[in-house]
Design a protein around this ligand. Structure first.
Ligand code: S3P
Length: 434
């Protein structure tokens, strides 16, 4: 039977110890960039470990609409036949970014230097997310980009301009999407684009552009990119997504007697803040770092957690993991305080509000603050009807919460949201506890 668009799912409760090895799907941020950079590079790129989930498929389909041949192999790898930036062709319809902020914001930058018109659309959630954060700096570079009816919201309309000029930009928010958007515009701009970050955000764009042969200088929080450079194809291996692993890490910590092994998880320091926070909470996580330090194997065992406080510089390194860390805090002894996380309000949902509301329905004690949450634990969790509000990370967090419920039924509305980043999530969990 075809699943309905807004499917209600009865979640697994009262889980037995979770044991074994779980292969976490590929990193979403890296998979998006792999398709983008391979498409604008000259030559053929093989991407291993690509995340076959709705968000990255949106990016893949956009480049197909721009005339790039992208083959999906039986073993899951993806072959991109890059044409160079000049080789892309004008689309005859609007390009659909779906639910993906990364797709829309990064490509707004790339498309600003293109010689043809682009209209980019998104789903209901994406059409409510702020785009001025990229449109304002792109306009400073000379781009002609506007939102729907003069607003800052999608659909976005991009008109060709004579040329883009490089800018020096002080980032007002810590955002890898904004940084990457400006860098991608910088590729086709005249002069040296300079970005000063407030706090370091994920650096996948910088690292991967270098792999594709682009010269770019990173000096702590300052980035310099000379315009007019071209990319050369290179093969890419995508590690497992720590943001997806996070749900299994917390599940293993919270479900008594669990021990889970997760091979080859991306542990880039700009992404791995969750491990540092959980270690401070007393989590038993063994990490075996691979050469290069950007990935490693994790073994996580059930642990008694204690509360913690965090904010400031570490926030960008764990921004997407805050809902699931909040769940961990509901089971930790004491008062956990999360600060400086106001960016959560403009994610796929307002993740401060939705996390607090849905977990409090299940018996948690979470107080929303202006820029984060105060969580008092431990609180037992009980059955309730909950809603992902279409947000993949909220949906998966609520399933992990349900594992701790002893009796009753937990129904999750809009459970299909998990397909955005982790289509096999429910099946993988069921297989582990079987
Ligand atoms: C992402 C950057 C982050 C993150 C998002 C993916 C990226 O967003 O929350 O899930 O791939 O660059 P911001 O740049 O808005 O912080």
């Amino acid at each position: 039977m075809k699943e309905s668009k807004t499917s209600m799912k009865e979640l697994m409760i009262d889980a037995n110890a979770l044991e074994g090895t779980i292969t976490i799907p590929g990193d979403k941020s890296i998979s998006h960039r792999a398709i983008m950079f391979a498409s604008i590079a000259k030559g053929t790129t093989k991407i291993e470990g690509f995340l076959h989930a709705e968000d990255c498929i949106s990016t893949m389909n956009i480049f197909r609409d721009l005339g790039v041949q992208i083959d999906e192999e039986a073993d899951g790898s993806v072959i991109v036949h890059g044409k160079g930036i000049e080789g892309l062709t004008a689309p005859d319809h609007a390009l659909d970014a779906g639910n993906s902020g990364t797709t829309m914001r990064l490509l707004a930058g790339l498309f600003s230097g293109f010689p043809f018109k682009i209209k980019m659309i998104g789903d209901e959630s994406l059409s409510k997310r702020p785009m001025n954060r990229v449109m304002l700096p792109l306009r400073q570079m000379g781009a002609s980009i506007s939102g729907s009816e003069g607003s800052e919201f999608a659909p976005l309309y991009i008109q060709p301009v004579d040329h883009l000029n490089a800018i020096e930009y002080d980032m007002p928010v810590a955002s890898a999407q904004v940084k990457s958007s400006i860098l991608l515009a910088g590729l086709t701009a005249e002069g040296t684009t300079i970005i000063h970050e407030k706090e370091r955000s994920r650096d996948h764009t910088e690292n991967m552009l270098k792999n594709f042969g682009v010269e770019l200088k990173v000096d702590d929080k300052d980035i310099y990119l000379e315009g007019g450079q071209s990319l050369t194809a290179t093969d890419i291996k995508v590690p497992a997504d720590i943001s997806s692993a996070a749900f299994f890490i917390i599940a293993a910590l919270l479900v008594k007697g669990s021990k889970l092994h997760m091979p080859n998880v991306g542990l880039n320091p700009t992404r791995a803040g969750i491990i540092e926070v959980l270690n401070k909470m007393g989590a038993n996580i063994e990490t075996y770092l691979h050469e290069g330090g950007l990935s490693g194997d994790l073994t996580v065992s059930a642990s008694d957690l204690k509360a913690t406080e965090f904010g400031g510089d570490i926030i960008p390194a764990l921004i997407d993991e805050i809902p699931i860390i909040a769940l961990a805090a509901t089971q930790a002894e004491g008062r956990t305080v999360i600060r400086n996380a106001e960016e959560l309000k403009v994610k796929e949902t307002d993740r401060i509000q939705v996390t607090a509301q849905e977990l409090n329905k299940m018996g948690a004690n979470i107080e929303e603050t202006e820029d984060g949450m105060i969580i008092t634990g431990p609180t037992p969790l009980h059955a309730a009807d909950v809603d992902s509000y279409g947000d993949h990370r909220i949906g998966m967090m609520l399933q992990v919460a349900a594992l701790l419920v002893k009796k009753g039924t937990v129904n999750l509305a809009r459970s299909e949201a998990v397909n955005i980043s982790f289509p096999s999530f429910f099946d993988d969990l069921a297989a582990l506890s079987a």
